[in-house]
Design a protein around this ligand. Structure first.
Ligand SMILES: NC(=O)c1ccc[n+]([C@@H]2O[C@H](COP(=O)([O-])OP(=O)(O)OC[C@H]3O[C@@H](n4cnc5c(N)ncnc54)[C@H](O)[C@@H]3O)[C@@H](O)[C@H]2O)c1
Length: 255
């Protein structure tokens, strides 16, 4: 074991589950924070353990301050302050244009993908107190933080705001040894892309737009998260790292 404690949000599914497993393989203790599906969290826990790590499941709604506080307190009681936060909890865009979008719809996205990032970051920092020691925060953002899509105003605004949160916290916390970065995936095959996972013809149509010719895997994002949390990334902070097979470079080629 490394002695590191890793908190992963949204760890019962997709990129979060892959990150939890990859940190398990690195020999870490992983707190699997899940939204509602305890059985799915148990599957992640089994994967972390069989990869060689320790794991515990804790429920956390990232958009709820009390829930985030309670989850971190449970982790700290068991293992002490977290060394690494990977925030993968999020909801996807739904294709609703602004003129049709209700305030509730907008708020659900901002509360989860942006305010949630603020709440888990702040609670992670509170747990560390004034310690000066290596630590890392990694947010799973998106290429849509800068590559906008019609029907995704809520998502693009949340992930765009997340970029500024990451950069600001990076300079606030650098002197304490806490590095803060985000990962900006393109198309990754997870339950968030359920149709592409299930419908080969549909997936191939989308993959035709990706220079590397295929969608990405959650495990490929997890490899990047493990690197960013490691000493090999010791001089990287405030960075937003794209992992998209070249997709976002194709923006201007449509016309
Ligand atoms: N899959 C992709 O193509 C892709 C691309 C770019 C960015 N992302 C981002 O990656 C992150 C992970 O997505 P994924 O693809 O693994 O999708 P996913 O749907 O498999 O996982 C998202 C997880 O977030 C959890 N969640 C949702 N609302 C929550 C809340 N309020 N509190 C706590 N947990 C909550 C869900 O229960 C789920 O487990 C998201 O932030 C997403 O925006 C995904």
């Amino acid at each position: 074991m490394t002695g590191r404690t890793i908190v992963v949000t949204g760890a019962e599914s997709g990129i979060g589950a892959a990150c939890a497993t990859a940190f398990g393989a690195a020999g870490d203790r992983v707190a699997v924070l899940y939204f509602a599906d305890h059985a799915a969290a148990e599957v992640t826990i089994a994967a972390v353990r069989s990869a060689g790590g320790e794991a515990m499941a804790v429920q956390a709604h990232v958009d709820d301050e009390a829930s985030v506080d309670a989850a971190f307190a449970a982790v700290e009681r068991a293992w002490g302050p977290a060394d690494v936060l990977v925030n993968s909890a999020g909801v996807n865009m739904t294709g609703v244009a602004v003129r049709e979008m209700t305030l509730d719809h907008w708020r659900r996205m901002i509360d989860t993908d942006l305010t949630g990032a603020f709440l888990v970051s702040r609670r992670f920092l509170a747990g560390r107190g004034q310690a000066v020691a290596d630590a890392a925060i990694i947010h799973i953002s998106s290429i849509h933080a800068y590559a906008v899509r019609a029907g995704g105003a809520d998502y693009c605004a949340a992930k765009g705001g997340l970029s500024n949160l990451v950069e600001t916290v990076a300079i606030e916390e650098a002197r304490r040894g806490i590095r803060v970065n985000s990962i900006e995936p393109g198309m990754i095959l997870t339950p968030m892309n359920a149709r592409a996972q299930q419908d080969d013809a549909y997936r191939r149509t989308l993959e035709a737009n990706i220079p590397l010719g295929r969608a990405g895997k959650a495990e490929e994002v997890a490899d990047l998260a493990v690197f960013l949390a490691s000493d090999r990334a010791r001089y990287i902070t405030g960075a937003r790292i794209v992992i998209d097979g070249g997709l976002s470079l194709m923006q201007a080629l449509g016309a």
